[in-house]
Write a protein that binds this ligand. Structure first.
Ligand SMILES: C=C(O[C@@H]1C=C(C(=O)O)C=C[C@H]1O)C(=O)O
Length: 484
């Protein structure tokens, strides 16, 4: 990867852009190898979700991720929002080496990439957007492959620092082949750039609220879910495994196609502390999630992850809420369910040679549910790539169980639907190795007028089938409330 720090505004005029790109086309001709030029430009504030709404097409890959810490009006305090559309380069792969293949793809793509423009700013430079399915193999006819990694054509990203300063960057990635017609490429780039500049700043929300008209039906009977919990409890008693996370799914049909962007907007309003994430496969199917669960983030050698397991509803009154919170914090069953996850994360990070440090156990309170959460951090040595950590952690016992292989095998036996991207890593990694992955829970797969919603619950000794079903139904509400 080459970094060319000069020329901060390459979109100043068409001729200059043409002159700047011409040598890279020559390199592509001489080396007989395509070159990628990644141009970052700081711009006035644009809501990345508005950019997604204005530019994403059904036949293109696209990606959205937003995480804000506090329920602010538009942008996150200490948070980020990134939208990406189109792919200049992409990898789809399946099998047990999928994370290694994803890392190799990122590294080999960067080897032929020149980073220029405002490249030193946070959120500048090439970013790779990644989604994985829960299981390492996906069916050939599945809507999402076991791994998808892409470098977008266009990316719009905003961050907000704790002191209120907000920064917005547009990144254009350009692929230059030996045969590229530079005039046409520059024209297309310039036109899109001008369109991005003329984006108006509000989201278009659907005129009709169709939520009253939604038809919701269980993919498998709730009796089946409860029966699976009972059967899993028998296996736990026989010590076949000590924890398993069982999921339930519902199908929702609406009179009109679901509006992904409007749903994402509702999700970010309803769940301000969560990752609001979406990706589309370029064939009309879209995945959306409002996940409270960070798999891992890495910034300048500082890794953060969370053990998140153990749940209770929020109370109707302050007093009721405190009672439920207190019960969650002192329940032996919930604490055991949580400890299985934090011990596993410790073991996996230690195997990578890291020394994890734990913050005290705390409550993560969302609008409808609360969880036990232990933040974990570690210093990461340069030889370890973010995707190595993703490979080591996924799936944690928060979404699979323990021992992991047995739990995963049993999940396939109990669940009669494909998990696909549900409960799997979804996130990004940039040219400096920084990045962030969420766990795709509280999620839905949208296909036109149909959506499949997923949610699961951890089963350990002491679990009660009725309570686990109630927990799963509560978690399903997260998406049900936001689908428009
Ligand atoms: C599996 C899900 O959530 C996970 C399971 C939890 C639990 O069992 O208490 C809590 C948070 C998540 O780690 C889900 O929401 O689908």
């Amino acid at each position: 990867m080459t970094v060319t720090p000069r020329r901060t505004h390459l979109f100043q005029n068409r001729r200059e852009l043409h002159q700047f790109l011409r040598p890279y086309k020559q390199v592509a001709q001489e080396k007989k190898q395509s070159q990628i030029v990644s141009i970052s430009v700081e711009v006035n504030a644009i809501d990345p979700l508005v950019f997604l709404q204005a530019f994403a097409k059904a036949n293109q890959l696209s990606f959205y991720i937003e995480k804000r810490e506090f329920g602010q009006e538009i942008y996150p305090e200490n948070g980020i929002a990134i939208a990406a559309i189109g792919a200049v380069s992409q990898l789809t792969v399946s099998g047990e080496t999928r994370f290694a293949a994803a890392k190799q793809f990122v590294q080999s793509t960067l080897a032929k990439t020149t980073v220029c423009g405002n490249a030193h700013l946070p959120l500048a430079g090439p970013h790779f957007f990644c989604s994985f399915t829960f299981f390492e193999h996906s069916e050939p006819q599945s809507s999402f492959p076991a791994a998808t990694v892409f470098l977008p054509q266009w990316q719009v990203a905003c961050d907000q620092q704790s002191h209120g300063e907000q920064r917005c960057l547009v990144v254009a990635n350009v692929m230059l082949h030996a045969t590229t017609k530079l005039e046409t490429t520059v024209d297309e780039l310039y036109q899109t750039w001008e369109k991005i500049q003329s984006i108006h700043h509000t989201l278009l929300m659907p005129a009709i609220d169709q939520r009253e008209l939604l038809k919701v039906c269980d993919v498998v009977a709730t009796q089946h879910f409860k029966q699976s919990v009972r059967s899993a409890l028998a296996s736990i008693q026989q010590e076949t495994f000590n924890k398993i996370v069982l999921a339930h799914a519902v199908d929702v049909v609406s009179p009109l196609p679901f509006d992904r962007v409007a749903s994402l907007h509702k999700l970010r309003q309803l769940y301000p502390g969560c990752y609001v994430v979406s990706t589309s496969n370029g064939r009309g199917q879209q995945f959306i999630s409002a996940s409270p669960e960070r798999l891992v983030s890495l910034r300048n050698g500082h890794l953060e992850t969370d053990a998140l397991a153990g749940s209770a509803p929020r109370g109707q009154t302050t007093c009721d809420d405190a009672r439920l919170a207190n019960r969650l914090l002192t329940s032996a069953k919930e604490l055991h369910e949580h400890r299985v996850v934090s011990q596993f994360i410790h073991q996996q990070l230690a195997q990578l040679g890291l020394k994890p440090q734990y913050s005290p156990l705390r409550l993560l309170q969302l609008s409808n549910i609360q969880h036990l959460q232990t933040p974990i951090c570690a210093a990461v040595t340069p030889g370890i790539h973010l995707l190595d950590v993703v490979a080591a952690l996924h799936p944690t016992p928060a979404v699979a169980g323990m021992p992991r292989e047995i739990a995963c095998h049993q999940i396939r036996h109990y669940e009669t639907f494909e998990r696909l991207l549900y409960a799997a890593p979804i996130g990004w990694v940039d040219h400096n190795g920084n990045g962030e992955f969420a766990v795709g829970i509280r999620s839905a797969l949208i296909d036109g007028r149909r959506a499949r919603l997923y949610a699961g619950a951890g089963i350990v000794a002491g679990s009660d089938p009725d309570r686990e079903l109630a927990e799963v139904q509560l978690k399903l509400q997260a998406l049900l409330q936001a689908l428009v």
